[in-house]
Design a protein around this ligand. Structure first.
Ligand code: NAD
Length: 244
C-alpha cells in the first residue's frame, strides 16, 4: 500500500511502542516520517529523529520546526507521547497530578500548537491523538491516568470543531492494553508478572493484549486519505472492552 506517498508525518513518542509501530507503518506506506521523542537513540533511517521533551514548549517548537523543515512541511501529526500513573485519588499528590497532566495533556496541546501553522498549509491535514479506553471505561486504580485521557478525548472533540473548516481533521484512538515496552515495565514491577499479565489479558474479551501494530493500523486509517470524511471521533482498539 502506498496511500501515504507524498505525505509528511510527525509522530511524538515515536521511539517506542505504539509510536514506533506507527512511524514504521506510515513510512512503509510511503510517508516521510519524523519522530519526536525524549530518547530517540534507537530511531534510524528512513525515520528522522528529533530529541524533544513535550513538557518543554521551547524544545517542542524547535523540534517541530526542524521536522517541518526536514520534511518540507507537515500533513500528519500523531500526538502519542504519554506516560502512565497508577492509584486512586489518595495515592498521588498534586505534584504527581501536575507532572502527568503536563506530559499527557499539555504535551499534546504544545505539539499541536507548534504544528498547526504547518498543517494549515497542507491539502491533507490530520491530527491523531493517542487516547485510551481509560478515558471512558472507569478502570480501577487509574484515577490520574484516566483523567488525563478523558481530557485528551475532550480535547480531540474540541479541536475537531475548531479546525474542521480549515481542512484539518482531528481524531483519536482508544486502545485497550497494548503489548509495548510500557506494559513490559509494568509487568516487571508486579510481584507476580505472569499472573498480572494473565489478569490484563482476561480483562479484554479477546483474551489477549492488543498489538502495537493493530493500534498503528487504526492511527494510519485516521491519518490517511480513506478517512477524509471523519473528524471528531474516537476509534476503539481494545479487544472488545468498550462493549462490556
Ligand atoms: P512507551 O513507553 O512504549 O512509549 C512512549 C514513548 O513516549 C517513549 O518513546 C518515550 O520516550 C516517549 N515520551 C515519554 N515522555 C515523553 C516526553 N515528555 N517528551 C517526549 N517523548 C516522551 O508507551 P506506549 O505503550 O507505546 O504508549 C504510547 C501512548 O499510548 C501513550 O500516550 C499511552 O498513554 C497510550 N496508550 C498505551 C496503552 C498501553 O497499554 N500500552 C494503552 C492505551 C493508551
Amino acid at each position: 500500500m502506498s496511500d501515504f506517498e507524498g505525505l509528511r508525518a510527525l509522530v511524538t513518542g515515536g521511539a517506542s511502542g505504539i509510536g514506533r509501530a506507527t512511524a514504521d507503518l506510515l513510512a512503509a506506506r510511503g510517508a516521510r516520517v519524523a519522530v519526536l521523542d525524549l530518547d530517540p537513540a534507537d530511531v534510524d533511517e528512513p525515520l528522522l529523529a528529533h530529541r524533544a521533551d513535550v513538557t518543554d514548549d521551547t524544545s517542542v517548537r524547535a523540534a517541530v520546526e526542524r521536522a517541518a523543515e526536514d520534511l518540507g512541511g507537515l500533513d500528519v501529526l500523531v500526538n502519542n507521547a504519554g506516560i502512565g500513573a497508577q492509584g486512586t485519588v489518595e495515592d498521588n499528590d498534586d505534584a504527581e497530578w501536575q507532572r502527568v497532566f503536563d506530559v499527557n495533556v499539555l504535551g499534546m496541546v504544545r505539539t499541536a500548537r507548534a504544528a498547526l501553522p504547518h498543517l494549515r498549509r497542507s491539502s491533507h491535514a490530520a491530527i491523531v491523538n493517542t487516547c485510551s479506553i481509560a478515558a471512558t471505561a472507569g478502570l480501577p486504580r487509574r484515577a490520574l491516568y484516566s483523567a488525563t485521557k478523558g481530557a485528551v478525548y475532550s480535547l480531540t472533540l474540541a479541536m475537531a470543531a475548531d479546525h474542521v473548516r480549515e481542512g484539518i481533521r482531528v481524531n483519536c484512538v482508544n486502545p485497550g492494553t497494548v503489548d509495548t515496552p510500557w506494559i513490559g515495565r509494568l509487568l516487571d514491577a508486579a510481584p507476580d508478572p505472569a499472573a498480572e499479565r494473565a489478569a490484563l489479558e482476561a480483562r479484554q474479551p479477546t483474551g489477549r493484549l492488543v498489538s502495537a501494530a493493530e493500534v498503528a493500523g487504526a492511527i494510519a486509517y485516521l491519518a490517511g486519505p480513506l478517512s477524509g470524511a471523519t473528524t471528531g471521533t474516537a476509534l476503539a482498539v481494545d479487544g472488545g472492552m468498550q462493549g462490556l
